[in-house]
Design a protein around this ligand. Structure first.
Ligand code: DGJ
Length: 734
């Protein structure tokens, strides 16, 4: 059993495969955090509660009047701290009482330990398939003045070094409570000698790795855009200063949520560090009437004592197998061709069919029709919300096109942007109040569009019905679900004034509800999420859609950093990566087709170019790439990733995927800019079995795993910029 309760000490010891997480209830009832780190053997751990700093030790005296107290909460390491009672650090929650006060203090009420993992109602979360895969502890805390109770849920997985946490706030009192802040998790480390790592960027350069030393004060990342965002991913890690890719302690925090979030680390005067994460309290509040409850999203916390690489592999395994769902979870993903960069809005059925014909000949498996097939959309200025086919472009309708594509032996996929509405659309003309807006204020357009008010059930139903009708009208087996702007004027015509600040979160709940409906109704459709590239690449979306368009930047060299950063948390099978034309449409760079292929093979592989314009030589290369990827994709999509050389640190990048049984591996190396008179280099592979012998495709000699990992392979002399190599290794023994 991974969760132990030491009754006399009121101490909880949670044991993952390689970690321990220890909490204790103090005599006053405070839930304190004692330890998270490498697995401890003993359950007699109460000594871990830190002694009071000298200055505060004289404080436990009888106060002169009963209504006063001495409570040095300021230094107590806590699990779900409040504000107003002497702890001046950022709280995990804050609730306003009917009398206007906002002081809160939670103490232990009860707890229970149960097998398995409960689902979170209305929210995405990691799950188990049988009760013996995990154990869950629910600790209930109560505020004796307000009637607020909080259930803190902790799930320990039997086979993953992850701990899933969330909180449920309930109003058990008789007056309304206004929740001003309800984070998912907090905890206090007794030290601050960490580095803070996060994934930051912008459109076309998402999830760049940033690592800086923690310093006294607050370090935070957040989104206020209504989506998890291109700018900051809902993930942070604390690393011991000496931690590297393969060594040292790393603590990861990943929020299973797609909207506004905050993730922060606060170093106080005693050099302790409070980490907290959850829905961004900025522009948020939630009215909790008597009897109602509020469920926070889940934070998945991962401990590694073997560097960042092991942390990533824990997230990859957990998110691939116990966050993503549906029939495609365990299936190899198809090679697609998408017409966006090939045609943009300028296509007709013949043009599309001609691309599909070449795709079929080259071995590609799915044709995805992107933006521009509906309403009267010839550019991005109209028709979002009018989800019926543009018969001028596609006179036979979608079913005719889908049949033509299917008859070539390809699956047919379709793009939607269901959360949006163009002012120039029938939907807007009929329902001008169906967008997020604030009466009397201008509605700010972005890409000529507004955001639909998904807090409203009738809006979700209307959009869901239109999409379902399209999906029923033709043999569609793939959907790309796009979302191309952030929220402004975040208000809902359907909510009363006191609930307006619930809009952004209610929107995400509404989005999740619609996704649940459509993915349940169409289980055989492979859903891919997208947000102007990777503007909502988060675990919340992964729960509904098992893969994401990683970035609109399809430049191979640009993608090196984007994909490296994305791989810190997300598995290769979640990343869609395509080969596009040169000069590249985002940055103008010209890279060899071979390198574009190798870089796109770091995820679910595909093409995003006009295949009808290829030369014979390019066709031959692509035919070969497609055949190669089909052979190696199980290794990439289901294997373990080891990052070898980081493009953030130099002129090269290298990485390798190894199957769980270590019998197969695929390694990639990219040399970015040519150098005169370069040194002779060897690349040391990782993750192999040192005792196995491997054959490398295209090479005569056999190598043992130890030779490949400890001595390394000689790299070819690079000639020209942007050169790459791929090695496919197969064990020849055992
Ligand atoms: C943004 C996406 O990221 C692109 O791939 C493409 O689908 C466009 N939207 C279409 O508008």
């Amino acid at each position: 059993m991974p969760i132990y309760y030491n009754e006399p000490q009121r101490l909880f010891h949670l044991q993952g495969p390689r970690y321990s997480y220890v909490m204790q209830v103090t005599p006053e009832g405070y839930l304190t955090h004692l330890y998270w780190g490498r697995r401890l053997h003993s359950h007699d751990l109460a000594w871990l509660l830190p002694p009071l700093p000298r200055k505060l030790r004289g404080q436990f005296r009888q106060p002169p009047v009963p209504e006063c107290r001495y409570e040095p909460l300021e230094t107590l390491p806590q699990e779900y701290p409040g504000y107003g009672g002497g702890d001046f650090r950022h709280p995990a929650y804050q609730v306003q009482l009917p009398d206007g006060s906002t002081v809160g203090e939670l103490t232990y009420l009860t707890h229970r330990i149960e097998p398995g993992k409960p689902r979170l109602s209305g929210l995405p979360a990691t799950y188990v398939e049988s009760p013996d895969e995990a154990e869950t502890l629910v600790i209930t805390l109560a505020d004796r003045v307000s009637g607020l109770t909080v259930d803190l849920t902790y799930t320990v997985f039997a086979h993953h070094d992850a701990l899933a946490r969330s909180a449920r706030l309930q109003n058990t009192g008789s007056g309304n409570l206004k929740v001003l802040r309800a984070l998912s998790a907090a905890l206090d480390f007794h030290r601050s000698d960490f580095d803070f790592l996060h994934l930051s960027g912008a459109s076309n350069r998402e999830r760049y790795i940033e690592r800086t030393p923690l310093r006294p004060g607050m370090q935070a990342i957040e989104s206020r855009r209504g989506a998890s965002s291109h700018q900051q991913n809902p993930f942070i890690a604390l690393l011991s200063r000496d931690a590297t890719e393969d060594h040292g302690e790393v603590y990861g925090f990943s929020l299973v949520y797609s909207g506004n979030f905050v993730a922060q680390a606060e170093v106080d005067m005693y050099h302790t560090t409070r980490v907290s994460m959850g829905i961004n309290p900025f522009d948020f509040s939630w009215l909790l009437e008597p009897g109602e409850s509020f469920q926070t999203p889940e934070v998945v916390m991962v401990y590694s004592d073997q560097g960042l690489g092991a942390m990533s592999r824990t997230y990859h395994d957990l998110y691939r197998t116990r966050l993503a769902r549906g029939v495609y979870r365990d299936q190899v993903r198809p090679i697609v061709v998408n017409n966006w960069e090939a045609t943009y809005f300028d296509f007709d059925a013949e043009k599309l069919e001609s691309i599909a014909r070449v795709a079929a000949d080259l071995g590609i498996e799915v044709f995805v029709l992107d933006d521009g097939w509906f309403g009267h959309r010839d550019n991005d200025e109209s028709s979002l919300g009018d989800w019926y086919v543009n018969t001028r472009k596609l006179p036979g309708g979608l079913s005719d096109l889908a049949k033509r594509v299917s008859s070539l032996g390809l699956g047919f996929g379709l793009w939607f942007e269901p959360e949006m509405i163009s002012p120039d659309s029938d939907l807007y003309r009929q329902h001008p109040d169906w967008c997020l807006h604030v009466p009397g204020r201008p509605r700010t357009l972005r890409r000529h569009q507004l955001v639909l008010d998904f807090t409203r059930p009738e809006v979700r139903k209307a959009v869901g019905d239109m999409i379902a009708a399209v999906l029923r009208s033709a043999p569609i087996r793939y959907v790309k679900w796009d979302m191309n702007r952030n929220m402004t004027e975040i208000g809902s015509a359907a909510l009363p004034p006191e609930r307006q600040r619930e809009t952004a979160h209610r929107y995400i709940l509404g989005l999740y509800e619609l996704l649940e409906r459509l993915t349940t109704e169409f289980p055989h459709v492979l859903f891919e999420s997208c947000a102007g590239g990777g503007g909502r690449f988060d675990p919340g979306m992964l729960y509904y859609m098992p893969q994401t368009w990683t970035s609109d930047n399809t430049d191979a060299i640009g993608r090196l950093k984007i994909q490296f950063g994305t791989s810190i948390v997300y598995p290769a099978i979640a990343m869609e990566a395509h080969v596009s034309a040169v000069p590249n449409h985002q940055v103008g760079r010209i890279t060899p087709l071979e390198t574009r292929g190798h870089v796109a093979m770091a995820g679910n592989f595909g093409y995003e170019l006009d295949l009808t314009k290829l030369t014979e030589k390019e066709r031959a290369t692509i035919r070969d790439q497609v055949a190669t990827y089909k052979r190696i994709r199980p290794v990439i999509q289901f294997g373990d990733l080891y990052r070898i050389l980081s493009p953030f640190e130099g002129n090269e990048a290298a990485w390798i995927y190894v199957t769980k049984d270590k019998r197969q591996a695929v390694a990639f190396y990219v040399h970015i800019l040519a150098e005169a008179n370069p040194p002779v280099r060897r690349l040391r592979l990782k993750g192999l079995d040192p005792d196995r012998t491997y054959r490398i495709e295209g090479m005569d000699r056999l190598y043992r795993g130890d030779e490949l990992m400890y001595a390394g392979l000689y790299l070819p002399d690079p000639w020209g910029d942007f050169q790459s190599v791929m090695w496919h290794l197969q064990a020849v023994d055992g």
